[in-house]
Design a protein around this ligand. Structure first.
Ligand code: ATP
Ligand code: MG
Length: 225
């Protein structure tokens, strides 16, 4: 029985990954397409206006084109943040997380406190990716649902375990009711739990209406490289 359930989990995870890739490929395709068309037509108009010696009009379109460029660059940054696990190996989890947090504080009034003690510790790729994805989804939920002001994240190596805690002081919710209701539209928390289960980690979620939300993930072994 357990094997069948485990196989179903893996299949679901693979399907989620495939869906993610599709979405990113589609976003890239659309962004690049939209950007080339907008910039191409701006350049055409600038060319025409300059040949007619309408410099003021050309200058105003150059200004518009610069705005298009800045907006596109911002959207690409968001896309790259989604893809960031590719850089985990190079930069390490704490640095990549600091970037993720600064991305969230730029666009939301959140006070984030991050503590970690992972200097010199190598975390296996799949574990680092899972930790990153859990934190990313926890933050998506915090900005989408929690109405929190403060978020505390601890990522600590302690007694051979790596322990992640994410705590917000937002509105909280009834976790029991959520897990009872088999709403397949809401995949975030279930996906988190499945990713952690797949690597034999422990996943704990505590929340009460009006009392904030706390997520706790523990992995037993850190392999040194
Ligand atoms: N930090 C939080 N604070 C308050 N409520 C939360 C928090 N995290 C989750 N929730 C509640 O739990 C529900 C389930 O979260 P989950 O991430 O599984 O789904 P979702 O965010 O609604 O949709 P999805 O993640 O699939 O886009 C949310 O709809 C929300 O009501
Ligand atoms: Mg969610």
């Amino acid at each position: 029985m357990k094997d069948i359930a485990a196989r179903e989990f893996s299949k679901k995870i693979l399907a989620i990954q495939e869906e993610e890739r599709h979405r990113i490929s589609r976003d890239l395709h659309d962004e690049i397409g939209q950007f080339s068309v907008s910039l191409g037509s701006a350049l055409n108009i600038i060319e025409k206006e300059i040949s007619k010696r309408n410099f003021d009009s050309a200058l105003s379109i150059i200004k518009d084109a610069k705005t298009i460029l800045a907006n596109t660059a911002e959207r690409f940054r968001t896309l790259f943040i989604d893809l960031r696990p590719a850089e985990l190996g190079m930069l390490g989890l704490p640095s990549v997380l600091r970037e993720l947090f600064s991305h969230y504080t730029k666009s939301h009034p959140l006070n984030i406190k991050f503590r970690e003690n992972l200097a010199g510790v190598s975390i296996k790729d799949d574990m680092a990716i899972t930790l990153y994805r859990v934190i990313q989804e926890a933050f998506n939920n915090i900005v989408k649902h929690a109405k929190a002001k403060n978020v505390k994240i601890d990522l600590l190596l302690k007694g051979g375990e790596i322990i992640l805690t994410i705590e917000d002081n937002g509105i909280g919710f009834d976790t029991g009711a959520f897990f009872k209701d088999a709403n397949i539209d809401k995949l975030g928390l279930r996906g988190m739990r499945e990713r952690v289960d797949l690597l034999n980690g422990k996943f704990l979620l505590e929340s009460k209406p009006k009392n904030g939300t706390k997520i706790n993930v523990t992995f037993p072994i850190i392999e040194e490289m």
